[in-house]
Design a protein around this ligand. Structure first.
Ligand code: NAD
Length: 419
């Protein structure tokens, strides 16, 4: 952690972003004031019977930043560094993200302070079920709909859906998205975030006249987002020269086949030892000469000290908040084309929206339909963001925030203040 990242409070970052967007939005400052506070924040204690027989109490959060445009929507993160400010910031980014995509959701986020790598499957299930029971009154298909995020997956969503359903006495698939297809999940959901990142890279490449077939990319993180982004880039003919996870990076000048890497990871549960690659650090990966860089792990990985070393032409933010504010300015000066998180990684929440719609109507679409609709919505949002950036002569991130925050403010003005 650098001195800069130690000082960064993600919620303060959100407030600074609101101030920056406000300069471009001619709106009543009172409306923005409302967005500077989450609607509801819940802190829960989660007692779990560990396999040893002892009880351990975990800290959990669920924050609804805004429900002005519809039910709150946002993932659940299991990570040792989860705290209230991080969850609140991520919830606000969900509000803007849903508005950028023009889908009828507000923003929420949840988290449990834990390291799932240290938990057995039984402990993880008991933790998830008790967390769900604790936030039970907060969530629901017309209130707040969780989804996967860092260290949570379709199985965790299945436990959440089951716990909620058992409490109300009937199956409620629409309470959560990102669940397995067998219990009301959607085709295409597991790859949606990474695929969406690549739809945005395709649009950016067209704009910058970069031919993707034969271009190079480096991907940080080989989880849900990084893995699917790497596979989708590979399908476009992009050579993946480097991939990493929390244990470090792997470089291969001739290109890594992410499908083979996925198979290897499936068998070995680690990237370590994948043949034909040289070991590199995560820092070396971020500084790699390549056309496209996809940070798809955690926030603040590109900061004041390493931003100057970034050589990529397109930076596609698979992760939420991977670039610190100072790094943002450095990258802007270097002319790196940034696809900001609330646009670039919106594919996940968009297909989550499709999943919720399918659950509510009990009628399911095929993968081609899902991916076509996803591409249409994301491309339309990309064009809107670019039009705002060009018209107002502002950077892509601010333009996306102007679009998102502007739509939320419009809804707030129309609904008025209760009472
Ligand atoms: P995940 O848990 O599936 O994968 C995270 C990956 O990052 C793993 O490969 C892990 O080893 C790696 N990692 C962790 N710490 C690292 C470090 N210090 N350096 C390098 N790699 C590290 O998580 P995910 O769902 O893929 O989420 C990744 C990011 O994308 C997060 O910022 C998340 O908020 C964001 N996001 C996820 C979704 C989604 O649908 N899952 C949607 C939008 C945004």
């Amino acid at each position: 952690m650098t001195e800069e990242t130690k000082k960064i409070n993600p919620w303060q970052m959100v407030l600074a972003q609101i101030d920056k967007a406000a300069k471009q939005l001619e709106c009543d400052p009172n409306m923005l004031e409302k967005l500077r506070h989450p609607e509801r924040s819940l802190l829960v204690s989660i007692p779990v019977r560990m396999d040893s027989g002892n009880i351990r109490v975990f800290k959990g959060f669920r924050v609804q930043h805004s429900t002005v445009r519809g039910p709150a929507k946002g993932g659940i993160r299991y990570h040792p560094s989860v705290d209230l400010d991080e969850v609140t910031a991520l919830a606000a980014w969900m509000t803007w993200k849903c508005a950028v995509m023009n889908i009828p959701f507000g923003g929420a986020k949840g988290g449990v302070e834990c390291d799932p790598a240290e938990l057995s499957t039984g402990e993880l299930e008991r933790l998830t079920r008790r967390y769900t029971a604790e936030i039970m009154g907060f969530i629901g298909p017309d209130r707040d709909i969780p989804a996967p995020d860092v260290n949570t997956n379709a199985q965790v969503m299945a436990w959440l859906m089951d716990t909620y359903s058992m409490q109300v006495g009937h199956a409620v698939p629409g309470v959560v998205t990102g669940k397995p297809i067998a219990i009301g999940g959607s085709e295409g959901r597991s790859d949606a975030t990474g695929l969406g990142v690549v739809y945005m890279v395709i649009e950016a490449a067209k704009k910058l006249n970069i031919k993707l077939d034969g271009a190079t990319a480096a991907v940080q993180g080989f989880g849900n987002v990084g893995n699917s982004a790497a596979r989708s880039l590979f399908r476009e003919g992009v050579k993946i020269v480097a991939i990493s996870d929390k244990n470090g990076g792997y470089y291969c000048g001739a290109g890594i086949n992410p499908f083979e890497l996925q198979r290897y990871f499936g068998t070995h549960r680690t990237l370590e030892g994948f043949p034909g690659c040289d070991r590199i650090t995560n820092e070396e990966l971020l500084a790699m000469k390549c056309d496209v860089l996809v940070p798809a792990a955690l926030e603040n990985v590109i900061h004041k000290e390493n931003a100057g070393k970034v050589q990529a032409r397109i930076l596609a933010e698979g992760a939420n908040g991977p670039v610190t504010p100072i790094a943002d300015e450095i990258l802007k000066d270097k002319g790196v084309f940034i696809l900001p998180d609330i646009l670039a990684n919106a594919g996940g929440v968009t297909v989550s929206y499709f999943e919720w719609v399918q659950d509510l109507q009990n009628y399911f679409w095929n993968e081609a339909e899902i991916n076509n609709r996803l591409r249409q919505l994301m491309t339309a949002s990309f064009k809107k963001v670019m039009a705002i950036a060009e018209e107002k002569r502002i950077d892509n991130r601010t333009a996306a925030q102007v679009l998102g925050i502007g739509r939320v403010v419009e809804a707030l003005q129309l609904r008025g203040l209760y009472p």
